[in-house]
Design a protein around this ligand. Structure first.
Ligand code: FAD
Length: 317
């Protein structure tokens, strides 16, 4: 079922989560162990991230470094199929532009369609680690908008090869990313919102936000979106702090602000266990306020750790 239908049929705020494929070599049980306890909160859909290739350097006998590329977290499509099979929940694979030609994108979408997946979160992806800026493949999509148009073309039976006959249209529901604190490359919020609106006008069914720790940022974002005619559901993405160091790493990696009060509370902690407790308490307060505001879904970035998400959800669902 489509995410938009789940939202339409819901009686209140829904619970959902995002999982990462495990590192190459791990088995699927590591994902199940993570999701199993959270099934108590009846997520109607679960997102599975996509991780592009990375450069790895190996020293050759002559002392020189040899560069190759590898995907450290493969398995997005397989995990989606496994989630659907084990839990009967709708998986939402993330599809990115980076590293894919349009032809490869089309083939990946055909795979998703064949395994019965109804939703995709359409995003651009970041640059390869250590590269200064995002570079699309020579015949790839440059922006999420371009990828979104490709998905919607397939929904209308338009494949890359115009000579194909008797094509079956796909029927994907598409989500896109939104940034309450602005995407880091955008010169200003107004421009970023303009590009978000283009994705909505191209047929996106819903928006999922980057993580944020100050609900006011989400509230103003929603208001600004509504002001420019974005009227689709805007799902807040939440990440509980789970270690002392995340105060700086999350800010740096995701280009977000951490409120002074939260920083202060974490700085008082003597170890990661205490920081995790602060993260849970902050997450509960944030989630309660968002629920009162009437958000359609509370979407948690679990990042391979279910314990804090479980404690937060237990207070709310
Ligand atoms: P876009 O919408 O393409 O926007 C990228 C930038 O370009 C923005 O600054 C925008 O303002 C600007 N822009 C857009 N259109 C134009 C235009 N026509 N001209 C000029 N500028 C333009 N990354 C992964 O690798 N894998 C994942 O699984 C993943 N999941 C994510 C899930 C969520 C909910 C979020 C919020 C992010 C996720 N990301 C993931 C990270 C994401 O790939 C990065 O944030 C990426 O830098 C931007 O993706 P986007 O889809 O927002 O890009």
């Amino acid at each position: 079922m489509k995410v938009t239908e789940h939202i339409k049929n819901a009686k209140g705020t829904l619970f959902s989560l995002e999982v990462l494929p495990p590192l190459k070599g791990s088995n699927i049980e590591t994902i199940f162990e993570h999701i199993d306890p959270l099934m108590e909160f009846k997520p109607p859909f679960i997102d599975v991230t996509y991780h592009r290739e990375e450069y790895v350097y190996k020293k050759r006998e002559n002392g020189l470094l040899e560069r190759s590329t590898t995907k450290k977290r493969p398995g997005t499509v397989g995990i989606c199929a496994a989630i659907r099979h084990r839990y009967g929940v709708d998986p939402v694979p993330h599809m990115i532009c980076g590293g894919f030609s349009k032809e490869e994108t089309e083939n990946a979408l055909i795979d998703l369609d064949f395994v019965g997946i109804d939703n995709v979160l359409v995003i651009r992806g970041d640059s390869i680690k250590n590269e200064p800026r995002f570079v699309p493949e020579p015949d790839g999509n440059e922006y999420a908008l371009d990828l979104l148009k490709q998905v919607h073309n397939m929904n209308n039976g338009i494949y890359l090869d115009e000579d194909l006959t008797n094509v079956s249209p796909t029927d994907f529901c598409t989500g896109v990313a939104g940034y309450p604190e602005k995407h880091f490359e955008a010169p200003n919020m107004k421009g970023d919102l303009k590009h978000l609106k283009e994705k909505v006008d191209a047929g996106a069914g819903y928006i999922v936000t980057q993580m944020f720790f100050d609900n006011q940022k989400y509230f103003s974002f929603v208001e600004n979106c509504r002001d420019i005619g974005i009227d689709i559901p805007i799902i807040p993405g939440l990440k509980p702090i789970t270690s002392l160091s995340q105060i700086s790493t999350l800010a740096r990696l995701f280009h977000i602000d951490i409120p002074e009060e939260l920083v202060h509370e974490v700085e008082k902690c003597k170890n990661n266990a205490e920081a995790r407790q602060v993260g849970v308490e902050w997450g509960i307060q944030q989630s309660k306020e968002l629920m009162e505001y009437g958000v359609p879904v509370l979407h948690y970035y679990s990042m391979g750790k279910s314990e804090s998400v479980f404690k937060i959800a237990k207070e709310l669902f």
